[in-house]
Write a protein that binds this ligand. Structure first.
Ligand code: BV8
Ligand code: ZN
Length: 238
């Protein structure tokens, strides 16, 4: 697609693939995160109730890793895109690694939560992982002493900011999906909504994602290689 107008409403959805080149493993590629654990045991509330220590160990490891991970060229390309489109730009991420914020994006919708935060299972008191004594096997709430849990949206739980997301999809002119397998809902359904609302739909992915039928343009390959060039084309900058 050629140069876009700065008045266009752009919505971007990213998945684990955009962070792969920053050394953060994706979920479903071979050696992905889930392979050592069944989803039910590790990313559901019932799994947490059954074995909170195991779930805390899984998320603590990923939090430690996310702290040292660096944004890659694809993250920085999205910062450029936000600068060009300003407040007609919405970045929704399924990732919990915080790399978009680290790269400099100002408004990021972390629809599946964040590794940097946790909250109390009883009084809902929220803390950063730094504030919580995250080294404890199962960190406890400083207010009421109950178990803390990672501020992550698990399977069967409702993603964050769905209302805001639906609104942005309704008025978007261009919907761009980067590095997601299009398996997990409701995120995987956003492209259908965008398409139905008349948006142009574009995807960048290492391999063909599940929702190819709804795509106007598909770029196969690494987002770190492809996105910077596309952003230059869309903005006419550089
Ligand atoms: C909900 C946080 C109700 C955890 C995640 C049956 C029973 C129960 C539920 C369901 C069911 N059937 C369907 C459901 C709904 C369920 C679901 O979709 N399940 C799937 C498995 C079928 N969804 C839910 O439960 C959601 N909640 O439905 O609530 C509701 C909803 C709305 C309104 C009212 C009620 C909650 C889902 C959230 C779960 N939490 N993450 C954590 O991170 O630890 S999901 C997790 O996997 C990620 O967050 C992400 O969202 C998701 C998908 O992963 P991807 O990001 O796509 O990563 P993946 O590895 O899959 O793919 C990476 C892609 O990148 C690959 O295609 C690869 O080729 C590509 N790639 C790799 N390298 C690169 C690259 N691309 C470009 N460049 C590269 N370098
Ligand atoms: Zn509490």
């Amino acid at each position: 697609m050629k140069k876009l107008s700065p008045k266009d409403n752009i919505v971007v959805l990213t998945g684990a693939g955009i962070s792969a080149e920053s050394g953060i493993r994706t979920f479903r590629d071979s050696g992905g995160l889930w392979e050592n654990h069944r989803i039910e045991d590790i990313a559901t509330y019932s799994g947490f109730r059954k074995n909170p220590a195991l779930v805390w160990e899984f998320y603590r490891k990923r939090w430690e890793q996310s702290k040292i991970a660096k944004p890659n060229a694809a993250h920085y390309a999205l910062v450029e895109l936000e600068h060009y489109f300003n407040d007609s730009f919405t970045l929704i991420t399924q990732n919990v690694d915080g790399l978009h914020t680290k790269a400099g994006n100002l408004s990021v919708v972390e629809m599946h939560g964040s590794l940097n935060r946790c909250y109390c299972t009883s009084c809902k008191h929220g803390l950063s992982m730094e504030e919580a004594d995250a080294k404890q096997l199962i960190p406890l709430c400083p207010i009421c002493g109950s178990y803390l849990r990672p501020d992550i949206v698990w399977f069967g739980e409702i993603p964050i900011s769905l209302f805001e997301i639906e609104n942005s999809l309704k008025k978007c002119d261009v919907f761009i999906i980067i590095g997601t397998s299009g398996v997990v809902y409701p995120a995987a359904g956003f492209v259908m909504t965008a398409k139905l609302m008349g948006a142009k739909t574009i995807a960048i992915n290492l391999e063909s994602p599940d929702n190819l039928t709804f795509l106007d343009e598909f770029y196969k390959g690494k987002s770190g290689d492809i996105l910077p060039g596309l952003v230059k084309e869309w903005t006419g900058i550089g």
